[in-house]
Design a protein around this ligand. Sequence first.
Ligand SMILES: [Zn+2]
Length: 265
Amino acid sequence: MQAGLTFNQLADGFWVITDPGYAQPSHCYLVTGQKRAALVDTGAGLHDIRALVEELTELEVVVLQTHAHPDHAGGSHQFATIYAHPQAVGRLQRGWSNMELRFTLDRYAKDVELPAGVDAETFVIPPATTVEVLENRGVVELGGRQLDAFFTPGHSADSVCFLELEQGWLFTGDTVLRGQIAVEDSAAYRRSMIELPRLAELAKGLYPAHGDTPLESTVVVQVRRGFMDAITDRHPTGFLAGFATFQFEDFGIMLPPRRRRVREE
Ligand SMILES: [Zn+2]
């Protein structure tokens, strides 16, 4: 049995919306300003997130994409404007075919009841129409509230964190979370993890795309330390889906095989 979208109000004009996802639940965050609202990520696309968002706000809603993986971008095509990293644009504009989603759906959705109108045999994520390209340190203005974009490649080339400085909300996507953090490019992640602790010092809490939320902003430092241990002298605790896994107390780091792990600079 597949549960639907759930939501929880975190503060005035601020909600977390949790999508059951494919393999694991993904969090999306709705933040309202005076003129428009931002939806940070849109879930797996099996549910109608737009209908839920329209119950929560009457404002125009723009999507801020932490990265273009299908468990976070599945509903983005439902919205007129998406802001994303330059490297996410092509992926969002292509959408995902049934073939590309099939392995995930067959593996994770075979025992769950899909929502009415969704058939695993034909499910696709349609192409997004308008994708606005973010700049590193660019600002998305909502009217009396703004979100700053910071490029943090590593989990994926197109990863972005967003900071609402006034309230201290740092949206970390899959870059920092309690759970398994898959790092596709260790050299890029290492550079991102030099800057992210400075941002986290400005934040009162982290709002990740999976797992417990919110997290204390000090988790960034713990993850950075674990990652540095993993790329230096630790032996992997296991292997999963082509990644070497390094398990720490509250999170795990997944790195590509050793030869690709750290690029010489
Ligand atoms: Zn994810």
